[in-house]
Ligand binder design. Structure first.
Ligand code: HEM
Length: 510
């Protein structure tokens, strides 16, 4: 037989086998509907500057279960409670890892952290360690006094603002970071500086680092979806991530070194526990190396400060904008707490209106509007659609909690909907009721949910109780700008600048 015939026969056989294999493996079900992709970049241009808005608009046309193609990556978007429930409850195990991405690689110590660790034993260990030392009921109660002290300090600092308007978001960041830092590393990281409301310049720098991290992590980086173009770093995102990583690493390394130097002092914080475990049991598989410790600290500092501070800033913004609601919450606080002391965490269970205000804030302003992405470990079938293996899942938490099929007047801030007699009286925000899932749901639900909720409740209650709020330059409350800026977390586009007017016994402000 001539060599040419052999070549042709081989090619023909290969094509036949390829077609047959395709026929056998081709899913019999279609992909979910979605907008037509462009060549090469796919649907990347559809994401727009504020992706949770753009995806919400696309879902109106294509439905709550959508398929997009970002570059070479299949992306599935869930935009209704019932679709989210399928992914995060019914098929949760299959979606318990996160997709590869440049943020995890360049910022989060190459996946050595908790947020991006693949689902498995190391993720479980990191979650267990942070649960035992930070988030269990025992740990939360043990460190309650720290949160209360830091909130009382914030109230005193606000009082010393004099005639100057305060930047509430900035001061909330100092408070949440210091409260978390005292539990994690046994000390505050920022001073308030002279004159109370003048923040430590490092606090501003740290906040800008956290916000930059959230903004960079929120960018749809072309290199993540078109690996062939990764080296070009077309948007400059990877370069910025590497620079920012260096700044965080210097900060975290110095914290660990300081801790080793002051080892003789008795510490009762997360970092001391981790370091002493490592010294006592160097071979134990339950200990973490220095990089894993830094990665965990980075996660907790970044995931735990801005989310809590910005949610509280949104809550206070809504109360300032709606003076009647502010009067309701102040009335509840005056009745339960009185005017001669500050709110404590023990009061929180007796403040149903406050709880409803916080739920309503998390509904309208979920601090992570597209949650954090998950990946399909295996292909599966959902609502008669084929979900391919390796597809990235985005849950549009923001759109779900504004879905008019679930919520009456969804754009209205109405805490009463969560009170007895309200449309959603029994609904909670802790990942069981899929129409409002600000903390995500399933195995990878927010690790710091209980702490985050307690802190947002305590801060919102104390700020509303201790002060009346007047907007700077006589801006009337209803004119307060409520626009969103986008990062991975949902910041206010314009920070609140306001004058706090004390309303409790004077000794509480000294
Ligand atoms: C209002 C406050 C907060 C909100 C709204 C929030 C929201 C979220 C969301 C949506 C996720 C993704 C969940 C998923 O994939 O389903 C998440 C994950 C996470 N959050 Fe939070 N969070 C908050 C506060 C905190 C705090 C205070 C901490 C820690 C100090 C924290 C630590 C984490 C960690 C470590 C993860 C990753 C969990 C994992 O991958 O296993 N969060 N958070």
């Amino acid at each position: 037989m001539s060599p040419l015939i052999i070549v042709f026969a081989t090619i023909a056989a290969a094509i036949l086998i390829y077609r047959l294999l395709n026929l056998i493996t081709k899913p019999s079900l279609p992909l979910p509907p979605g907008p037509s992709p462009w060549p090469i970049v796919g649907n990347l241009p559809h994401m727009g500057p504020v992706p949770h808005h753009a995806l919400a608009v696309l879902a109106l046309k294509h439905g709550p279960l959508m398929h997009l193609r970002l570059g070479y990556v299949d992306v599935i978007v869930a935009a209704s409670a019932s679709v989210a429930e399928q992914f995060l409850k019914v098929h949760d195990t299959n979606f318990s890892s996160r997709p590869t991405n440049s943020g995890a690689k360049y910022l989060a110590y190459n996946y050595q952290d908790l947020v991006f660790a693949p689902y498995g034993p190391r993720w479980r260990l990191l979650r267990k360690i942070s649960y035992v030392h930070m988030f269990s009921s025992k740990a939360l109660d043990e460190f309650r006094h720290i949160r209360q002290e830091e909130v009382a300090r914030l109230i005193r600092n606000l009082a010393s603002s004099g005639s100057k308007a305060v930047n509430l978001g900035q001061m909330l960041n100092v408070c949440t970071t210091n409260a978390l830092a005292r539990v994690m590393i046994g000390r505050r990281v920022f001073n308030e500086g002279n004159g109370g409301c003048e923040c430590d310049p490092r606090a501003d720098e740290f906040k800008s680092m956290v916000v930059e991290l959230m903004v960079l992590a929120g960018v749809f980086n072309i290199g993540d979806f078109l690996p062939a173009f990764e080296w070009l770093d077309l948007q400059g995102v990877q370069g910025k991530m590497k620079k920012l990583h260096k700044r965080f690493d210097t900060f975290l390394t110095s914290i660990i070194e300081d801790h080793r130097i002051s080892k003789s002092e008795k510490h009762n914080d997360l970092l001391s526990t981790l370091l002493s475990l490592k010294e006592k049991l160097p071979e134990d598989e339950d200990t973490l190396n220095d990089t894993e410790i830094k990665a965990l600290l980075l996660n907790l500092f970044t995931a735990g400060t801005d989310t809590t501070a910005s949610t509280t800033e949104w809550a206070i913004s809504e109360l300032i904008k709606n003076p009647k609601l502010m009067a309701c919450i102040q009335n509840e606080l005056d009745t339960v707490v009185g005017r001669d002391r500050l709110v404590t965490e023990q009061d929180l269970t007796n403040l149903p209106y406050l709880e409803a205000v916080v739920k309503e804030t998390l509904r309208l302003h979920p601090s992570t509007p597209l949650s954090l992405p998950r990946v399909a470990t295996q292909s599966c079938e959902i609502f008669n659609y084929h979900i391919p293996k390796g597809a990235t899942l985005l849950v549009n938490v923001w759109a779900i909690s504004r879905d008019p099929k679930e919520w009456s007047n969804p754009l209205e801030f109405k805490p009463e909907r969560f009170l007895p007699g309200g449309e959603k009286f029994d609904v909670d925000v802790r990942g069981n009721d899929f129409e409002v899932i600000p903390f995500g749901a399933g195995r990878r639900i927010c690790a710091g949910m209980s702490l985050g909720l307690r802190m947002v409740q305590l801060l919102t209650a104390t700020l509303a109780h201790a002060y009346d709020w007047e907007l700077e330059n006589g801006v009337s409350p209803e004119k307060l700008n409520m626009d969103e800026a986008y990062g991975l977390t949902l910041q206010r586009a314009v920070p609140i600048l306001a004058h706090p007017r004390p309303r409790l016994s004077p000794h509480l402000y000294l």
